[in-house]
Design a protein around this ligand. Structure first.
Ligand code: KIV
Length: 272
């Protein structure tokens, strides 16, 4: 497995656009804490997303809606302390940017100042245009997010594939072009048909990062705990599990409990 401990060249928003020009795929994963962010960064990931999926994964909430700006800043600061190479993007949480564009700017500034993150991500298209513009004009890089936008789950009603109908697909394409025009450096496309994701990706010069959007986007993103197989209950078609940490952790903890009960831990060498 590759490691980037020496000669670290930081990934920037320019690096990502160059990767798209050269046809090099971009690998992005979420992380919410210091220990895992360090592993993910050293293993060579290009972008770490401090996603508001922390609401589900770290706090056990059913949706991403409850997580607060303060909590996102806590996660982001922990990740930033670990990272040497990856670009770190942080989600603006629900309620921190939809009110008005000044509030959006204040939220983005707090994330950048208090966590040291490199960019923010917002969900939505034309309806958040003013907020995106205002954040960008303060010099803060913005990543867009279209398709299934989990902060709108109660509007959608389900987590099924978005933009299967022509009207929604056309709006998504026009939103993607708008976000690019405004100056977003990249756009996440979540759970949309692969044909549409290809069309959007081919129409843009900024890279698209897909999740459940097929192989033709410029990069891919997964939630770290999902791809590591920690959570067995979540099994969407797009998820590939690269490890079975559920089993590994369950076995390790079970063995520890057994050893403690049997007074087999600690042994002679494990004490002072
Ligand atoms: O919060 C998150 O993890 C995300 C990814 C699914 C793109 O937004």
């Amino acid at each position: 497995m590759s490691s980037y401990s020496a000669d670290i060249k930081r990934i920037t928003t320019n690096t990502l656009q160059e990767m798209k020009r050269q046809g090099t795929k971009i690998a992005m994963l979420t992380a919410y804490d210091f220990s895992l962010a360090k592993l993910v960064d050293r293993a060579g990931i290009d972008i770490i997303l401090v996603g508001d999926s922390a609401s589900n994964v770290m706090a056990g909430n059913e949706t991403t809606l409850p997580i607060t700006l303060d909590q996102m800043i806590y996660h982001a600061a922990s990740v930033i302390r670990a990272v040497q190479r990856a670009l770190v993007v942080v989600d603006l949480p629900f309620g921190s940017y939809q009110g008005d564009s000044l509030e959006a700017l204040r939220s983005a500034i707090r994330i950048m100042k208090e966590s040291g993150a490199h960019a923010v991500k917002l969900e939505g298209g034309a309806e958040i245009q003013e907020s995106v513009q205002r954040i960008l004009s303060a010099g803060i890089p913005v990543m867009g997010h279209l398709g299934l936008t989990p902060q709108s789950i109660y509007k959608f009603g389900t987590y099924t594939v978005r933009a299967k109908e022509e009207a929604e697909a056309a709006k998504l394409l026009s939103d993607a072009k708008l976000l690019q025009e405004l100056g977003c450096f990249s756009i996440v496309l979540e759970k949309i048909p692969s044909q549409l994701a290809k069309k959007v990706s081919d129409s843009l010069y900024v890279p698209t990062i897909g999740i459940g959007a097929g192989s033709q986007t410029d990069g891919q993103v997964l939630v770290l705990q999902d791809m590591l197989g920690i959570n067995k209950e979540f099994s969407p078609r797009f998820l590939r599990r690269y490890a079975d940490l559920h089993q590994i952790i369950t076995d390790a903890v079970g063995n520890y409990v057994k050893d403690v009960k049997a007074v087999d831990f600690p042994n002679e060498k494990e004490q002072y």
